[in-house]
Design a protein around this ligand. Structure first.
Ligand code: SN0
Length: 312
């Protein structure tokens, strides 16, 4: 594997899932693999799980880790042919090449702008960085995808499912802020590949980008979508069509115990961080079908599997 930014970067996703399952059973099984190697992580946006789990994953493989908030460094210019006489002190051409001198693997987090859809959907910041980096790059969530989260979600479903092909519902949920589509996009991308029956439920106007909706059952009726569901995966995203906007929504899309009662005793999943009693009611996230803490724990094994393949 040369890089990890999307499903199609992975030559054998089933093998990667198996690696993650193996690491979940024995996290210390490959303590020598990363000896003498360094992971550098660069954060253009906040992180809790991704930062700590990826660092811990690297340590479990014997790597050294350096992480940096990009805001602590120089303000970077990403455009070409610019006269750099304003607030940007360093060009990405030098920055990415220089970081590559210090790293064997680089992780980058860069959220969507939510203002320029064309640029976001080219994954401009991530791909420009990769263009000038000379070592493998892992996406720690980019403008349009969060593949470490999606591999984690697949691992979580595979290790808890009671039927061969569970019904999985990705449901939009309310949020006070305008959030990226990355987690929803990426979850859909990986679930299309996984052996699940995927439904995407969203209010009118909240369809994901067409390339991520392909093949899924789609419903704008949340309660109907919940029927017979084995997994409810909640996530807010801002509109793709009216790009980055929060649209008025008629019904209440918060995940409540009443709605969970419509399902086939479904597990509740969310990538976190989550706004309690906006996205999901306390009774659901604190209930016994909630997987959110195990799911976050699985971030470690997904990151270990990915780092392992990039090193191996
Ligand atoms: C990010 C997102 O892409 O939705 C990261 C999720 C892993 N979430 C947020 O930015 C939540 C921010 C908030 O204020 O609730």
């Amino acid at each position: 594997m040369q890089q990890f930014t999307k499903l199609s970067d992975v030559p054998n996703p089933q093998q990667l899932l198996k690696d993650a399952i193996d690491f979940k059973q024995d996290p210390r099984s490959q303590e020598q693999l990363g000896k003498g190697k360094t992971l550098v992580m660069l954060f253009f946006n906040p992180s809790l799980r991704t930062r700590l789990s990826t660092q811990r994953a690297a340590l479990n493989l014997g790597m050294s880790v350096i992480s940096m908030n990009a805001t602590q460094g120089w303000n970077l210019e990403f455009e070409d042919n610019v006269v750099m006489n304003s607030d940007k002190a360093e060009h990405i051409r030098e920055a990415a090449a220089v970081i590559s001198q210090y790293a064997d693997v680089i992780g980058i987090r860069t959220f969507a702008s939510l203002s320029d859809r064309e640029k976001d959907y080219r994954d401009f910041v991530l791909n420009t960085f990769i263009q000038y980096a000379s070592v493998p790059v892992i996406s720690l969530e980019s403008a349009i995808r969060h593949p470490l989260q999606s591999l984690t979600d697949w691992l979580t479903i595979e290790t808890t499912k009671k039927v061969a092909r569970p019904k999985v519902v990705l449901t939009w949920a309310p949020h006070p802020k305008s959030l990226p589509q990355a987690v929803g996009n990426s979850f859909a991308e990986w679930m299309h590949f996984a052996d699940v029956d995927l439904t995407i439920a969203h209010p009118p106007g909240y369809a994901l980008a067409p390339e991520f909706m392909a093949d899924a059952n789609v419903s704008t009726d949340q309660k109907a979508a919940f029927e017979n569901a084995d997994y409810i995966y909640a996530k807010n995203w801002s509109a793709y069509g009216a790009y980055g906007q929060i649209l008025p929504v008629q019904e209440n899309w918060t995940i409540t115990a009443d709605k969970m009662a419509l399902t086939n005793d479904a597990h509740f999943m969310h990538c976190l961080p989550v706004r309690r009693n906006v996205v999901v009611a306390d009774a659901v996230i604190d209930g016994e079908r909630s997987l959110v803490i195990e799911q976050a724990g699985n971030r470690l094994f997904a990151a270990q599997a990915v780092l392992g393949r990039l090193l191996g």
